[in-house]
Every structure is written in C-alpha cells, then in structure tokens.
Design a protein around this ligand. Structure first.
Ligand code: FE
Length: 200
C-alpha cells in the first residue's frame, strides 16, 4: 500500500520530471539545459527522503542503474546510480548531455580527453558530496570514470541524460586506447509511480 508520506516524497521526483519537460519544451541550447537543469537536479538531491528502497539497492557484483523515468519522446531520462563499497565504472562516454547529482555518500569523478585515442586525465580527480551536481556533454567533456569514494558504504547519485540513456550505443575505453561499444540497459523492470494522487 502506498502511504501518503511516500507519495509526498515522490512528489520531489515528479517536480524534477515536470521541470525538465518544461525546460526542454523551450528547445533550449545545451548551455541552458546544463545551467537550468543543474538547478532542477540540485533541488532534488538536496533532500534524501524520497528514493524508494527498491531503487537504492546495491549489488555486490557491480554498480546498479535504475531507471526512474523516461520522457515519452526520449528527450531525457532519470536514473539512480547505486554504488557498492569501492565500486567504479570503466572509462566511458555518453554521447549526450548529462547531469549527475549526489544524493548519498560520496563519489570521485576523473575526466578524460582522447586527443590521439589514448585516454588522458583531464585535470585532477574531483570529489562530490550530497547536494553537488556535475555536468558532462560532448561539448564540455563527455569521457569520465566514476568511483564510489567510500570503501565501506554505498553511495547514490541521480543522473539526468538527454536521451533514453539505457538504449544509447556508446563506448568504454581501456587505458591503452581500446574502444568497445556498449549499451547499458537498466537494472529494473518496474518504475516508481510518481503520479500518485492519494494525498491531500
Ligand atoms: Fe558516466
């Protein structure tokens, strides 16, 4: 049974979804999406009282990507990333704009460039804490590696991408420059109901 408090908490996610829909209705430049979208996402991850446990569950084998919402025209998708202790991604790209808001724990992001095919670190690693928002795109920098900064606890971040990211063909890169295509998919079969009306 859905409680009133749960519906109210998912209202935060609904506000993000409606906010991105309204923003993208303007067909804005990417710079505007990243700027105004960062504010929308910061408003969501400022609170850690809304993500249902099913979308916050770690897996001992690898980090999890739970789809929270996908726009009907795939203009954007919202995903919860759940990191077990010390879990990390390979070096990878996205091919679309993305915003990453830290909800719980801490993450480390290392950006890369590939001037000659080999991934080269672009600046020092950056550490993120709850409420922080990072951005990426093919324009501002699209290649990174992300790690849970915590060796003994889960970390969770909420990601918004400019596509149905689980269906996008993109790439991982080894340190010696080998590129491999992948499609991430999602870990869940059921989405949270952000449209509940059983509250006053
Ligand atoms: Fe990424």
């Amino acid at each position: 049974m859905v409680t009133a408090s749960r519906s109210l908490r998912l209202d935060r996610l609904r506000s993000l979804v409606c906010g991105f829909g309204a923003l993208l209705d303007q067909v804005p430049a990417e710079q505007q999406i990243l700027a105004e979208g960062s504010t929308l996402l910061a408003n969501l991850v400022r609170h850690d009282d809304w993500l249902p446990p099913a979308f916050a569950a770690p897996d001992p084998g690898r980090y999890q990507q739970y789809l929270l919402h996908c726009d009907s025209r795939a203009r954007f998708s919202v995903v919860s990333f759940v990191w077990g202790p010390s879990q990390a991604t390979p070096i990878h790209d996205h091919t679309v704009w993305g915003l990453i808001g830290i909800l719980r724990g801490s993450e480390i992001a290392q950006s890369y460039v590939r001037p000659n095919g080999l991934p080269i670190a672009n600046g020092p690693p950056r550490k993120f804490l709850p409420g922080d928002v990072d951005m990426l795109s093919p324009v501002v920098g699209d290649i990174h590696k992300v790690s849970n900064a915590l060796p003994d606890r889960c970390s969770i971040s909420i990601h918004v991408y400019g596509a149905d990211i689980g269906a996008v063909h993109r790439s991982v890169f080894t340190v010696d420059g080998v590129e491999r295509q992948f499609v991430s998919g999602y870990a869940n079969d059921v989405l949270p109901n952000i449209w509940g009306t059983d509250y006053e």
